[in-house]
Write a protein that binds this ligand. Structure first.
Ligand SMILES: Cc1ccc(Cn2cc(C(N)=O)ccc2=O)c(C)c1
Length: 324
């Protein structure tokens, strides 16, 4: 015979497991209706026993009331934007710059190749395994606190699926609206004489900017993680691809098209394959993101963050140190 507390905790674990199977592995073990039944069973138990309330329960996705405005969040690590390439030649020039900086390496460079989802970049902070804050990218340094809205997105876990969570883990990813959900949303908006959205990206942006989470909750948004910002109390894998696999293993959804490519030819093949897949992915992408997979090499290469691309300091030769 289980106590109510045990029943409630068991249902929470069961729901988290099924959310992982459905949203992260795309391998549901039960029909949607069965998940729905369990979900409402937990809700009823929690309402009957408020002493066991827990804000991280799978039932706690919609905040109480609308916000008056969005607080600001300063990113501990800036969320920088990417340089663009628009041709094979420009990508080759990018690789050559890397090789010149690294010095020619024995084996070909390994790239982690990802589709570039056309949505909004967000930062989601988990402290001791529970979701505590989420923010938009903003200008890269400061974003808006959209925690309440992010909590309503069903494929974002409110709690990481691990027994020993990191003290702090910042997940970075793209929030997007699949095309089918976008079309359904615009149909409903038309039927209600409300404004429609021009494209899924605008619809996602508009949905995340809602002050009332009850509205955001009705929007078909999803997250795909693409990286890690702050990480404390955990030893991360030493390649980007392995880090994404780790995120997936603890319940964070990662795009299934991501793959490793050795050498430039295979990267360009990935780019062409994604161009072919683009019309039937079910969500908008505006290109690919190609990253050096090895973290040590990433750190060796660093960022061109502060330096503007349009200005350069042309210095005089160093003067001989004045000896006194
Ligand atoms: C009514 C209803 C309930 C749940 C879902 C989607 N879904 C399914 C599962 C599942 N099958 O394990 C788990 C989580 C979840 O979000 C839909 C589409 C509709």
């Amino acid at each position: 015979e289980q106590t109510f507390a045990q029943q409630i905790e068991q249902l929470r674990q069961t729901l988290r497991y099924h959310e992982y199977q459905y949203h992260v592995l795309d391998e549901p073990k039960i029909p949607d209706a069965e998940y729905d039944r369990l979900f409402h069973q937990l809700k009823a138990l929690e309402q009957a026993h408020p002493e066991f309330a827990d804000s991280h329960s799978p039932t706690q996705r919609v905040g109480a009331k609308p916000l008056a405005g969005f607080a600001q969040v300063t990113h501990e690590i800036p969320m920088l934007s990417l340089d663009n390439a628009f041709s094979d030649e420009e990508f080759n020039a990018f690789v050559k710059r890397i090789q010149d900086r690294l010095g020619v390496l024995p084996e070909p460079l390994t790239f982690c190749c990802e589709p570039k989802l056309d949505g909004l970049a967000v930062s989601i902070l988990y402290e001791n395994g529970v979701l505590t804050q989420a923010a938009t990218r903003g200008d890269g340094t400061t974003g808006e606190d959209i925690t309440a809205n992010i909590r309503t997105i069903r494929n974002i876990p409110l709690q990481l699926l691990t027994d020993n969570p990191p003290a702090r883990l910042e997940v970075r990813g793209e929030v997007f609206m699949p095309q089918a959900g976008f079309e359904k949303l615009n149909e409903m908006a038309l039927a209600k004489g409300e404004k429609t959205f021009a494209n899924p990206r605008n619809a996602a942006a508009g949905s995340l900017r809602q002050l009332d989470p009850k509205i955001t909750r009705q929007r078909p948004l999803m997250l795909n993680a693409y990286g890690i910002g702050v990480a404390e109390g955990v030893l991360l894998p030493d390649t980007h691809f392995a880090r994404l696999q780790w995120l997936k293993s603890i319940g964070i959804p990662v795009n299934k098209e991501i793959e490793l490519c050795n050498g430039v030819e295979n990267v360009l093949k990935f780019y062409r394959t994604m161009a072919e897949k683009r019309p039937h992915l079910g969500y908008d992408i505006d290109g690919t993101v190609l990253k050096i997979n090895d973290i040590a090499l990433q750190e060796q290469l660093g960022f061109i963050s502060k330096a503007p691309r349009w200005a350069i300091a042309y210095k005089f030769p160093a003067q001989e140190e004045l000896t006194v």
